[in-house]
Design a protein around this ligand. Structure first.
Ligand code: ADP
Length: 265
């Protein structure tokens, strides 16, 4: 009777209350997403505007004095070229970010040591720097998306190169699961900056990073690639000593259809 009716109302009230709370949480999430999108667009626009401004002013200079003065013509043209290269790189990265979940995974069996050997060779010749591969696992094979894994590695190796001048070590090991570590002995990252390095457009030192051509998108792209192939990224760094970024493969057979196994086992 009375007791039951009250309790039904209580239940109903509670459900409405719960729905209200869920709705509020959803709205807060949407707003946060929207804010992030706005921030992203505003950052991207700003980054594109900088090279455009430089190109514009050099074009003006060329118009005024480029015909008479060959030195100015040369300087102007190479500045314009450098800035268009930068813009191209930025747009390429933005397109990668935008395309994220569109592309399907193309899985194949990859011998990690062989793949790393090739990647290290490419980096060595491209940048004339000392990249060394240290592997304890010649037979380690994982099932993964090779193109995406390589893209991820190139971002990390490129950072190691940009922010150091000594040798760069690439290590392959089993640490419960297959693990690749990229270790540099460069400038390192201050402790307080470490939580933000995977954020879009985040740079520890804007001026320095701009010099090396970075927009602060590399690591956020790396994180996106890592998520898509189901590997975990870790970063450790000591300012002034160097940085180590690790890629850990899943040791769980069923996670997202990815698997690893050791050849011959
Ligand atoms: P960028 O394109 O500017 O290098 P990233 O997203 O790749 O951007 O990295 C974000 C920031 O983290 C960089 O600007 C740099 O300050 C810092 N960083 C990344 N990798 C390293 C590294 N290996 N050593 C020192 N600092 C690094």
């Amino acid at each position: 009777g009375q007791y039951e009716k009250l309790s039904m109302e209580d239940v109903a009230n509670d459900e409405i209350g719960q729905m209200g709370r869920t709705f509020n949480e959803m709205m807060a999430l949407l707003e946060e997403n929207y804010r992030k999108q706005e921030e992203f667009v505003s950052n991207a626009s700003h980054e594109l505007k900088t090279p455009l401004t430089v190109i514009g002013s050099y074009a003006k200079l060329l118009e005024r004095r480029g015909m008479q003065d060959e030195k100015i013509a040369q300087e102007g043209l190479s500045a314009i070229r450098a800035e268009t290269d930068r813009m191209n790189k930025l747009i390429e990265q933005l397109l990668h970010i935008a395309r994220r979940s569109e592309t399907q995974l193309e899985l194949s069996e990859v011998n990690l040591e062989q793949m790393l050997q090739g990647t290290v060779e490419v980096m060595k010749t491209s940048f004339n720097r000392n990249f060394v591969l240290i592997s304890q696992e010649p037979g380690l094979v994982v099932t993964t998306d090779l193109a995406k894994l390589k893209q991820l590695l190139y971002i990390l190796l490129d950072n190691a190169r940009k922010y150091s001048s000594d040798r760069i070590e690439v290590k392959l090991k089993m640490e419960g699961a297959p693990t690749i570590k990229i270790q540099d002995y460069g400038i390192g990252i201050p402790k307080e900056a470490l939580p933000y390095v995977f954020d879009r457009f985040y740079r520890v030192d804007k001026a320095r990073s701009r010099e090396s051509g970075g927009f602060g998108l590399g690591l956020s792209l790396a994180k996106q690639l890592a998520d898509s192939i189901g590997v975990v990224l870790g970063i450790e760094s000591i300012e002034g000593m160097g940085t180590t970024v690790s890629i850990t493969f899943s040791s769980d057979f069923n996670v997202r259809d990815l698997q690893w196994n050791q050849e011959g086992s």
